[in-house]
Design a protein around this ligand. Sequence first.
Ligand SMILES: *[C@@H]1O[C@H](CO)[C@@H](O)[C@H](O)[C@H]1NC(C)=O
Ligand SMILES: *[C@@H]1O[C@H](CO)[C@@H](O)[C@H](O)[C@H]1NC(C)=O
Ligand SMILES: *[C@@H]1O[C@H](CO)[C@@H](O)[C@H](O)[C@H]1NC(C)=O
Ligand SMILES: *[C@@H]1O[C@H](CO)[C@@H](O)[C@H](O)[C@H]1NC(C)=O
Ligand SMILES: *[C@@H]1O[C@H](CO)[C@@H](O)[C@H](O)[C@H]1NC(C)=O
Ligand SMILES: *[C@@H]1O[C@H](CO)[C@@H](O)[C@H](O)[C@H]1NC(C)=O
Length: 396
Amino acid sequence: MKPSQILPCLVGVASGACTQNQHVVRNGTELSLGGEPWRPVGGNAYWLGLDENIVPPPPGEPFDARTNSSYPTRGRITEAMEIIRAMGGTMLRVHTLGSNIGNPLSLLPGNRVINEKAFETMDWVVSEARRHGVRLMVPLVDHYDYYHGGKYNFLRWAGYNLTFAENPEDPLIMEFYYNQSIVTDFKWYIERLLTHVNPLTNLTYAEDPTIFAYESGNELYGDKWGDKNCPTEWVRDIGRFVKDLAPKKLYVDGTYGINADHFAVEEVDIFSDHFYGPDVARLQEGIDLVADAGRTYFAGEYDWTGGSGDDLNEFFQVLRESPIATGDAFWSLFGRNSPNCQQWVNHTDGFTLSYGNPENSPELTSQIQLVRQHLTLVSTGEDIGSDDPLPDVPCV
Ligand SMILES: *[C@@H]1O[C@H](CO)[C@@H](O)[C@H](O)[C@H]1NC(C)=O
Ligand SMILES: *[C@@H]1O[C@H](CO)[C@@H](O)[C@H](O)[C@H]1NC(C)=O
Ligand SMILES: *[C@@H]1O[C@H](CO)[C@@H](O)[C@H](O)[C@H]1NC(C)=O
Ligand SMILES: *[C@@H]1O[C@H](CO)[C@@H](O)[C@H](O)[C@H]1NC(C)=O
Ligand SMILES: *[C@@H]1O[C@H](CO)[C@@H](O)[C@H](O)[C@H]1NC(C)=O
Ligand SMILES: *[C@@H]1O[C@H](CO)[C@@H](O)[C@H](O)[C@H]1NC(C)=O
């Protein structure tokens, strides 16, 4: 990148050093930033590029009533960055910076059609993350058929009449990976995404170190739940394509669960798994496998509420004590409905971390404090304890 393209350098999270223009790099089982060890810890904010939770949005704002899609306000995006910093996080995982597909407001409303308007929100997300020293992990596609689209859109555009609701286990779903015409369509999209120049930074997404990792997809599997059957050749093909366009990006295997066949794919820097709820044995087993393969491990989603699974603190301890660089992201972060500072956004999956919401129960507040203790311990080494009051984050 040319010197004129470099923004003023601000303080990074982990080291206190100036790292905005440096890439996260992997050496074996370690990640580093600016020469210091670095760990990705934070949360998921899937909605930052395109949301489904504000119905209807403010008058005059674009709205797709079929999917409830609208662009989040700039204030909501900035607040999410401030919340994750206040929680001690170093990163956010954001589906809709990649899987933003298939409805009129999406970046990819139709096959090989780019909606430039969608970039305005995405560009703001990237530049606000950059300004706050927050790094982004971005899944390129989604296994399911939500408002932000995914595999099924590519299948339907190619003439396969499938929906996740009606055809969750149809063998034809595998054509997303095997049909080279679909693979080429997917790569067309990836190339448009990674070569887009963000006017707020004058960097392409491929160049900007703020996006530290692209993930092949979210919770990818084959035609049976839990089969981890994302073909090895496809994982390699997409990884090579991403690294040709963006050689400094880390590549995450978005297969749902650790598929040991994929250790043969040199392009994969990070293997990942999701936890509803926390499962200490599966976590430990995954970390051990990935350590043997000489890569890093990321728990990309977990239920932080304490409502299911193993004790969350035990789960965190395994992540912290792991001999390899590990990271994790809770599911999922929401804040206020800015510019309405009196209203917190509701998402109804039961896992909403509604930071600062006065209606949070004492139990949920102490879970949020536990998550913050963990994120802060990993990012700074400091133990603030599990009952440190949550810092106020101003409404933006
Ligand atoms: C990578 O790690 C190995 C083993 O820890 C070390 O010997 C080597 O110097 C490191 N390479 C770089 C480029 O940091
Ligand atoms: C859209 O939002 C409305 C109001 O919250 C809800 O009743 C409806 O089910 C939503 N539609 C979709 C497709 O999610
Ligand atoms: C792949 O999909 C295309 C439609 O996009 C179709 O014409 C072609 O027959 C498919 N290829 C195979 C091998 O099924
Ligand atoms: C697609 O499948 C649905 C049933 O799942 C059917 O109602 C519809 O007619 C089919 N569309 C086409 C174009 O074949
Ligand atoms: C980006 O480039 C344009 C045109 O050269 C320039 O006007 C603008 O100030 C640049 N923005 C940044 C953030 O560097
Ligand atoms: C969230 O739910 C509360 C209570 O049902 C409601 O008063 C509020 O308007 C909702 N907020 C949004 C952003 O929809």
